[in-house]
Design a protein around this ligand. Sequence first.
Ligand code: KIV
Length: 268
Amino acid sequence: MLDKKITIQELQEKKKRGEKITMLTAYDYPIASMVDEAGIDMILVGDSLGMVVLGYKDTLSVSMDDMIRHSQAVKRATKRALIVGDMPYKSFDTPKDAVKNAKRFIEEAGCDAVKLENQEESSFDSAAAIIKAGIAVEGHLGLTPQSVEKLGGFKVQGRTPEAAQKIIDNAKRLEKMGCFSIVLECVPAELGKMITKSLSIPTIGIGAGADCDGQVLVIHDIIGLFERFTPKFVKKYAILAPVIKDAVRQYIKEVKEGKFPSADHIFK
Ligand code: KIV
């Protein structure tokens, strides 16, 4: 049924049945309404907000207040999808801050769960503390954009046996501490498959191959609204930027030529 709220338990059952899980980002009311109505399982209010909506060069400048405001807009629009709020840079450096900020996503914004990037050792303690506080956590391994400097750029992770083993170990660690799912970003497809097979919780891949339990992409990438660059793992299902520019050019032309507003658009 398309209007029944998706639960974490249902996502886990989908994994057991081998049914793929779908996830997209959204950051505002109109896009979240469309994504939800189209039938997506999970909406991620990603800190990619910083790049595709706020115009920063990376995700590091996104604040908790930015995330809460945009998560609130997504919540107003969403009837069915499970909403995951992405914890921004510096918001989970200590377990205490992590719990305080995760609670904001749930209590102020109405999210159903939070996601945090697991690169620093402290992020594992923070994830454990949030789970202990009763909040559902999705982990994030592989390419973690908040650590882009440390990783030497937006590069595929887990290419050596040692690096791959570390990601596998960390995935098991996150599962053991009670994460309900893990995002795997930019890892070789074989590694995505191996991790997916070794876990009982769903993996959601982004550039991690077709064998993950689900897939996530940034909505602005798949509808062609973000023109600065397109990662290899993105497939564009629509190219809207030229459509919008054409509409604006036509409007400018008609206003200049006195064709708009016409009789249909004025009050007598
Ligand atoms: O912020 C984001 O959009 C993300 C996805 C790329 C997984 O974290």
